[in-house]
Structure formats: structure tokens, C-alpha cells
Design a protein around this ligand. Structure first.
Ligand code: ZN
Length: 241
């Protein structure tokens, strides 16, 4: 069996414990010979999302034996400085509501700029040049640091600043939530859909008591709403006529 260039390549996946980064991890495991993961602790309102990360990695390695040997170490970086700076709902007890500028106040300003810059610094030391993140501008137009243009500019800045050729890859950038569920199914069938539902977290309220077919959550917050809507749309589209 001959190796394509990508078979020998490495990737570092930004893994938050949310749905999108989990799908990106599966996407990378299907493509790269070796995949490492990085997570950031920045004083999230609840640690539910971070707690999902090791369970998700374990479940993927168990359910997909071909992926298990490709899954490299996990790295956690302390970014508590973000919590100190930000006064948003994710990092304080402030109510989840829309700010006057139209951005949900769960938004941590410029968060992804820091994430990718730090990921590049880590990847540099690990001999990795492909950085993978679950940013998506289709359903989250309110987050300027998720935009393709922002990340393209950051990619350029990181390459200049390190004199290297990093590539920031965002496989979900132009997908709707329904298309992300469809991609999950295409990558690993029902088994992967179940793993993503069980071992990722989206709910703003950190609800792990109520289990729906799309995963855990309060079912009422905006994050749950998006996740459920995407799941329903995917199921409807996938259902035989
Ligand atoms: Zn919720």
C-alpha cells in the first residue's frame, strides 16, 4: 500500500469537548497518520465541556480501531487569563443575553485568535503544521473570530511570525448544523453519531441530566436550540421519502 502525502502528515486538533471540534477530530483521524489534540481551560462557567474531552477520545479509539493508533497525546493549556479579562456569560454569572452589538455575551472577544496562536506555538514544538478547528461561519455569523477571513489573516500572521508554513483547516466553515450531522454520519456512521451525541457538550447551562437523541442539554438555551434544529433537519433530509 503506497502512502499519499497526507498519510504521513500530522495534525493538531483544537478540541473543546463541543460537537463541532469532536467532528473535526474524527475528520482528522480519517485523514492523518497522527493526530494530537489541544484544549484550553479559561474559567468556563462549567467544566462539563472539558470533562467530555477524554471520554470522547476514549470512545473514538474504542469504536474505531483504525483510528486508535493514530490518536496521539492530548495537551491542556491554562488560559485562565481569558477568564480574568472577560466579563461574558461563559466566564461569570452574568445572564445569557444578547448584547447591544448583537453578539451573545457568551462571546469571549478574540478567543479563537489566541487559541490558534497558542496551538501554532505548541504545534511548532511538536513538529506539526496542520491545525484543525471547528469554527463555522454558517450558523454563527455573530462571532467575528470564527469567520474564514479572520482565520485566513491569522494563518498569514502566524506563518510570518514563525517563518513556517502552518495551515489552518476548518472543515465545518461552510456547513450548516444539519450538514455537520450528515458529515458525522458519513465519517463513522451511526456509531460516530452516537459518540458525538453522548460525549460532546453544547448546552450553555451545563445540563447533563436530560438526554435527547441529539445529546444532553436543557433543550431551551440557544445552544441547545441550534444543536437540536440541526439534528432534526439532518434526520428529515436523511429519511427515506
Ligand atoms: Zn441548553
Amino acid at each position: 500500500m503506497s502512502l499519499t502525502p497526507e498519510d504521513t502528515a500530522n495534525a493538531l486538533v483544537l478540541l473543546s469537548g463541543g460537537q463541532d471540534s469532536a467532528v473535526c477530530l474524527a475528520w482528522a483521524l480519517a485523514r492523518y497518520a497522527r493526530v494530537e489534540t489541544v484544549g484550553f481551560a479559561y474559567g468556563q462557567r462549567h467544566c462539563v465541556e472539558l470533562d467530555c474531552r477524554p471520554k470522547l477520545r476514549e470512545a473514538l479509539a474504542q469504536a474505531f480501531p483504525a483510528w486508535a493508533p493514530r490518536l496521539g497525546p492530548d495537551h491542556m493549556l491554562d488560559l485562565s487569563v481569558l477568564g480574568a479579562i472577560s466579563e461574558t456569560a461563559l466566564t461569570s454569572d452574568a445572564e445569557i443575553m444578547l448584547g447591544a452589538n448583537g453578539l451573545p455575551n457568551t462571546f469571549v472577544p478574540g478567543r479563537n485568535l489566541l487559541f490558534f496562536t497558542l496551538a501554532a506555538a505548541l504545534a511548532y514544538r511538536r513538529g506539526i503544521r496542520d491545525l484543525v478547528g471547528g469554527m463555522c461561519q454558517t450558523d454563527y455569523s455573530g462571532y467575528p473570530d470564527c469567520r474564514n477571513e479572520t482565520l485566513a489573516a491569522l494563518n498569514h500572521a502566524v506563518n510570518l511570525g514563525t517563518q513556517e508554513r502552518f495551515t489552518i483547516l476548518t472543515p465545518l466553515m461552510w456547513r450548516t448544523k444539519a450538514e455537520t450531522w450528515a458529515m458525522t454520519h458519513a465519517l463513522g456512521g451511526t456509531a460516530l453519531v452516537e459518540i458525538v451525541a453522548e460525549h460532546t457538550h453544547t448546552c450553555y447551562k451545563g445540563d447533563r441530566e436530560h438526554r435527547h437523541d441529539w445529546g444532553y442539554g436543557c433543550g431551551a438555551c440557544p445552544a441547545c436550540g441550534l444543536r437540536e434544529k440541526g439534528y432534526r433537519e439532518w434526520r428529515q433530509a436523511a429519511a427515506p421519502a
